[in-house]
Design a protein around this ligand. Sequence first.
Ligand code: ZN
Ligand code: ZN
Ligand code: FE
Length: 741
Amino acid sequence: MSARRLRITVKGAVQGVGFRPFVYRAARELELTGRVRNEGGTVLIEAQGERVDELPQRIRTGHPPHARVDAMDCAAVEPVTEAAFEIVGSAPGAPAPGVVPDLVTCGDCLREVIDASSRFYRYPFTNCTQCGPRYSIIERVPYDRANTTMANFEMCGVCRADYENPDDRRFHAQPTACPACGPQLSLLDARGRAVTTDDAIRSAAAALDAGEVVALKGLGGFQLMVDAANADAIARLRERKHRSDKPLAVMVSDVELAGHVAVISKEEAQLLRSAAGPVVLLESRGELPDEIAPRLGTLGVMLPTTPLHHLLLREVERPVVCTSGNRSDEPICTDNADALERLGEIADQFLLHDRPIRRAVDDSVARVIDGAPQVLRLARGFAPLILPLGRDTHAMATGPHLKNSLALCGDGRAVVGRHVGDLENTLAVDAMHQAAADLRDFFDVRPGRVACDLHPDYASSHFAHEQERPVTTVQHHLAHALACMLEHDLQGPVLAVVWDGTGLGTDGTIWGGEFLHVERGGGIRWRRAAHMKAFRLPGGDAGARDARRSLSGLLWEVESLRGDVLPAHRRQLEKRINTPLCTSAGRLFDGVAALLGLCGRQTYEGQAASRLEAAVEPGCEDAYALPVADGVADWTSMLGSMLRDKADGVPPGTIAAKFHHALADAIVEVASDMGESTVVLTGGCFQNRYLCERATNKLRAAGFTPVVPRRLPPNDGGVAPGQLIAALEGVGHVSCRTGDD
Ligand code: ZN
Ligand code: ZN
Ligand code: FE
């Protein structure tokens, strides 16, 4: 009998997802001997037997759903004498082949949690190899129980037996726990005193029922909940959280109930049910109070993420508002004591447990656009995101100022970290430092160089310069374009339409309505092919917080319309006091929203633009003219037309539609002029579903291939990997048109 022996190395996301048990079972079925272990960035398998050649194929096609195989090598080696196939423990200190994101409760675990005969009945911390906490509880790699925040919970005999049984769903599931041995719930009031109850979940549900605010310790951090049908309770939460208008997400117990409050396509249902469990942006049915997402027509909906959420939602029997447990603009709370202190003024009750969260991972946000999912906030369930990269250089990119996240690379892959948030306070900056340290340790990256934004004053740029490594500064909109090119493995040349609120341009003005020609391969070559006509924004950064400032800036550019500029802004514009030039498409949206009376002061980023999008009248096919000549998309005649339409009593919805159509037409016009077949659409403005889908449809109809970010957010949360690419590949030729002042 000739037994062949193979040495198989597997690279990818292979820890914490039942990968080794899977290999073990496959080997046993094929009657092989040998072993499987984690070793230095890979999983190493040695297998021997007559059917050993079938194993690689099994690994490729049959691996667990949350694992990912990036590369596999097979080599024949000398057979040895051995009796069985075994799993060998992780070698200490070996770098992880990939840290796996947190996963929402799987169907098998949920069935046990609601089965009165199961030992996991009503146990809120039930999990298995296919679900449960991962990234949020890891202290250090490799991913073994002793290296997680479960280290202090000693497994009972029954759990231990499951953990050691290769045929059990909990075989080597590191956070395995049951009521006898695992974390326990507690319910406290706003002052941190224990609430006397024999069922913390039922009591918390009763509090929600009574209109109270409940802070719940979720998978990656605290969440604040109120009854989604109770407008007073929602108003109370908003007031206490100082969050006046920004949309709140709702959690519903299942997809069927979600269908009562929102319109859901097949793709959207899949996204809702996915193991990442993001908040999914859906079209609202108007069943819930408008206070949840004022004047937007959309609803962010998520399903329960843990058994605790499932049990609570089943008790409440209706949707609950579920939003990040933080004070406005601060990072999300993860620690019990910290939550009691920071959220004590907001929540009436705290539903806590004693399994520590090692790192904050916010709820992710995603949606279906142009027929496929797109991540808008890369956090719980998606982070850390791994993208293959054809080089081994170690580097780090510190990301943007708003919606910060970092990216690192080494050993043939780029890793994008979790959403950190706006770097507007020291807590957020600390969170960025922590996120960087985590990624460096988990992925064993020793950055030899660092990339950051061109803007020297961002906290993320300061952080880059503190590293005492060579720093590459990268223009913001180029980074947006390169990130999308990396994700889709595009070398270019492409036309990248990058529209957002703000980013420092290479000419010192504020950019944001950019058409870039970008090419990779032997260094990055790019040029600013066209841009929105520049205008002066009274108040600079403050201009972004009040849509009327943008409107004044736009009107000021047209001699005959200057009379309409608000007096407060007129003086500023006349004397050019803090009125930087910008080509921002985001501010153009703001100005048009203000013109239509849809928004003045903005209480959250994108508010004016979101309302303008929501105002679009369906069925209208007219468009304004937005001519592009000599590389400038000149909106001045369009502005005049809009004012005339408004004066003639044309409904705002029609004006909004014609405006969106003009922008999409301008994209096709520039694409036709340039002649590159691939057109990248990215930047925060393309979170506008109407604009994005209109543009992709028009581009396709004209024979172009539109590309949008999918696994990376189109907003600033996705720019760090683009900075990384610029640092790795080198930015060659830069030529740009300056602003037309
Ligand atoms: Zn499970
Ligand atoms: Zn147990
Ligand atoms: Fe941006």
